[in-house]
Design a binder for this molecule. Structure first.
Ligand code: ADP
Ligand code: MG
Length: 446
């Protein structure tokens, strides 16, 4: 990429977002151009990538189009070899060449790297995987919409794209639109402002056979967007078009979701992805190492899988960072080095015990399902484990009562308070209950 274009790009960008933000967020980003009119921005870590994506994507694209032409597309990727300290990182001559190639642009809105082939299946994600496969192979017409629900970094976006990639492979003429719910919203706002709402509606309602919408939780509280999406949804659904939605929240937990939209989401099939079990974490790490051509000793893999439990993205990040660190510094790839990487990755407290982990452990202890804990079922078989799980969410995860209520299928905070008190008192008088609590806590590593 030529330096002049690069400088132009920065100038354009600073008009859009201001010098200070440019310094803060983009000084550590590497820009290069690949052969398909694609501008690739590499960021040192996922956090920066997410931040840039969330906040500056439109501006970046606008600036890139001004400099490289209107057909330019933008790609963001993580390159852990980039320095994380501020430096002259935008100057490509001062950078190591970006290590990994950009995903092949086989489809404008799909990520070609996310396929069923490289998705590791385990007990935590097998239902979601099976449902996605069925939809991709067009075996399940009534799975519409397919609602995939699960915590951050557990493979929702991966599966969503895998369905798209498989559908395209089987029917190359299929019009597939894969997008973030946020983009839908931004497009809509822009269309309203520019009085182009008809064009917008045509794009979403008529010009697509399959809509894959990622991170729908962002629509919570956005009434106008929900309304538009509701009509889009109905029109597509009535025409028999496929709809797949992902969310990090269960429909019932999205408290400011319009009821009619919620019932639409619940009208197809809802599948969840849980944090992967130890064995699945090992399998994911091994697969990833193999794909990236990394040689990592088994005990280091095991160590990473023990330490990073709730986020596959972090698991992968640790692996890449570890191997980069070892090759850059010449240190042996061992457990000590792994520990350094892990502690740097986990400082933001994300690995704290989550409500999901508590629910999962409690459910498996009582041999019921996590969905039973979230369901309205009130018989004792479910009610007691639910109260215990709520109590532990309070004690171990320090969540607020309304937060706990939301995690348990949208229950009222007064119900949560009642449950926490009941268990709090009960554990001092009921020996068996106390023993159960201790065992579950041990299983949670608390
Ligand atoms: P989410 O959308 O749920 O936040 P992603 O789909 O972005 O999570 O997944 C985060 C990263 O972890 C991606 O790089 C994805 O490929 C990887 N990943 C998640 N689950 C799996 C899995 N079961 N097998 C292989 N890779 C996975
Ligand atoms: Mg995602």
């Amino acid at each position: 990429m030529n330096q002049k274009a690069n400088r132009e790009f920065l100038k354009e960008l600073s008009k859009e977002i201001g010098k200070e933000s440019l310094e803060k967020w983009l000084s550590r980003v590497l820009v290069r151009e690949d052969d398909n009119q694609q501008v690739v921005l590499s960021t040192p870590n996922q956090f920066t990538l997410d931040w840039i994506k969330r906040n500056y994507q439109t501006q970046l694209l606008k600036a890139a189009k001004t400099v490289w032409g209107t057909k330019t597309r933008l790609q963001l990727e993580v390159n852990p070899e980039l320095p994380t300290e501020t430096g002259d990182a935008l100057d490509p001559s001062s950078q190591p060449s970006a290590r990994r190639p950009a995903p092949s642009p086989s489809h404008p809105t799909l990520n070609g790297n996310y396929t069923f082939d490289n998705f590791v299946v385990g007990p935590s994600n097998q239902f979601a995987h099976a449902a996605c496969k069925a939809v991709a192979e067009r075996k399940a017409r009534n799975y519409n919409p397919l609602f995939i629900y699960g915590g951050v970094g557990l493979g929702k976006t991966h599966l969503l794209n895998a369905v798209g990639n498989e559908l395209i492979k089987r029917g190359p003429k299929l019009k597939i639109l894969c997008l973030q719910a946020e983009s839908f919203m931004n497009d809509m706002i822009r269309a309203i402002r520019g009085e182009q709402i008809d064009k917008f509606r045509n794009l979403y309602r008529r010009d697509c056979d399959v809509i894959l919408m990622d991170d729908i939780e962002i629509l919570a509280g956005k009434e106008r967007t929900q309304e538009e999406f509701f009509y889009t949804f109905n029109e597509l659904h009535n025409a028999g078009k496929k709809i797949i939605i992902t969310s990090d929240k269960f429909p019932k937990e999205m408290t400011t979701l319009e009821e009619r939209l919620r019932s639409r989401f619940e009208s197809g099939i809802i599948v969840d992805i849980q944090p992967p079990e130890f064995e699945t974490r090992i399998a994911i790490l091994k697969r990833k190492a193999e794909n990236e051509g990394l040689k990592i000793p088994d005990e280091v893999i095991t160590h990473l899988a023990e330490k990073i439990r709730t986020n596959v993205r972090k698991l992968e990040g640790a692996l890449i960072r570890l191997s980069a660190l070892s090759s850059l510094s010449g240190s042996p790839l061992n457990i000590e080095l792994a520990d350094q990487v892990v502690s740097a990755l986990l400082t933001d407290g994300e690995e704290r015990l989550s409500a999901e982990m508590v629910m999962k452990t409690v459910a498996s202890f009582y041999k019921i399902k996590v969905s039973d804990l979230k369901s309205p079922k009130r018989n004792r078989k479910f009610a007691l484990p639910r109260q215990i799980a709520m109590h532990l969410c309070r004690e171990l995860c320090h969540l607020s009562y309304p937060e706990i209520g939301a995690s348990f299928g949208g229950r009222d905070h007064s119900t949560v308070i009642h449950s926490c008190r009941k268990i709090g008192v009960g554990k001092n008088t009921d020996l068996e209950l106390n023993k159960h609590l201790e065992t579950i806590k041990r299983q949670l590593g608390a």
